[in-house]
Design a protein around this ligand. Structure first.
Ligand code: HH2
Length: 286
């Protein structure tokens, strides 16, 4: 093989292996922990969405209610009013955009799917609204099933586990079974250990360290570590928006453990880190 051909092979080989997918976070809320209030105006939100797509986000996750520790729920109507106009605006600018809606309410999910959303991100793993499972089944769309101990208002008060990796794994396996029994295609199930949702620093670290056990359940795994407080606890960085470097470390390590989806605020930093991690881990023709 001559040198040019080898180089072509090498470039091609970079696309081998499981492709990480960046899920860009778009919170249309006044109170999200790191970007609350930044994107309440649909124009500003859509502009940020387009910027994240241009930076390499494969999916945008649009949320109208904060689930940060201590947050209060918003009304159904308010959530739909926040999410749908932004979704429509993004799709008018980028019709091909893949948009997920971060909601546990079936009515919000229905409105978002009608407006063009293609995935549902349910932080209650189909426990929050009894109609959600049949909605996902009918829509035949992917659904993210996330683990949470307790509920956002109080979940960080005293999270407790005997074996966090086993308990989160058992919960996710049970929720996947529930979804599949309700008619959701196994190919549409994505699991998420729910970093920061009823977990202290030790629990979050154990879950990232033991992530391969969750990956081994046989479904693609999403990790949402972006800017979260455990990163601040380790690095001492108080300002959530400044936690990019710590986030990138969590992203790369989660990728190495087999995660596929990375729900992040800072798309470019995480995408570039993942591109390097992917090349190192999966390029086979040296
Ligand atoms: N984290 C948050 C919200 N939704 N969904 C999934 N599947 N996984 C996560 O880890 C996750 C999530 C919290 O982060 P953020 O959206 O930035 O903040 P807030 O809930 O305050 O809007």
């Amino acid at each position: 093989m001559d040198r040019t051909a080898r180089n072509t092979d090498r470039a091609g080989a970079i696309t081998e292996g499981p492709g990480p997918i960046i899920v860009g976070i778009l919170n249309v809320t006044p109170d999200s922990f790191s970007d609350g209030g930044d994107f309440l105006d649909p124009e500003a939100a859509a502009e940020h969405a387009v910027a994240m797509l241009d930076e390499g986000a494969g999916i945008l996750d649009l949320g109208g209610e904060s689930t940060r520790p201590g947050s209060d729920p918003v009304s159904q109507e308010e959530e739909i009013q926040r999410v749908v106009p932004v979704l429509e605006r993004i799709l008018s600018l980028r019709p091909e955009a893949v948009i997920s809606v971060d909601t546990y309410r079936a009515d919000t999910a229905t409105a978002a799917l009608q407006a063009g959303a293609r995935l549902i991100n349910d932080v209650t793993a189909l426990r929050g609204d009894p109609r959600m499972a049949s909605l996902v089944e009918e829509a035949a769309c992917p659904v993210i099933l996330m683990h949470m101990q307790g509920e956002p208002k109080t979940m960080q008060e005293e999270p407790h586990y005997t074996d966090v990796v086993r308990e989160v794994g058992d919960f996710l396996a049970e929720r996947a079974e529930y979804a599949i029994a309700a008619g959701v295609g196994p190919e549409n199930v994505i699991l998420d250990p729910g970093i920061g949702f009823g977990k202290n620093l030790e629990h979050n670290l154990a879950l990232l360290q033991g992530l391969d056990a969750i990956v081994n359940l046989g479904f693609p795994v999403l990790v949402g570590a972006s800017r979260k407080s455990f990163i601040g606890s380790i690095t001492g960085v108080q300002e959530a928006k400044e936690r990019i470097f710590g986030t990138v470390a969590a992203t790369v390590l989660a990728y190495q453990k087999g995660a596929t989806f990375f729900r992040v605020h800072d798309v470019r930093a995480n995408r570039e880190a993942l591109a390097v991690a992917r090349a190192v881990l999966h390029t086979s023709h040296w």
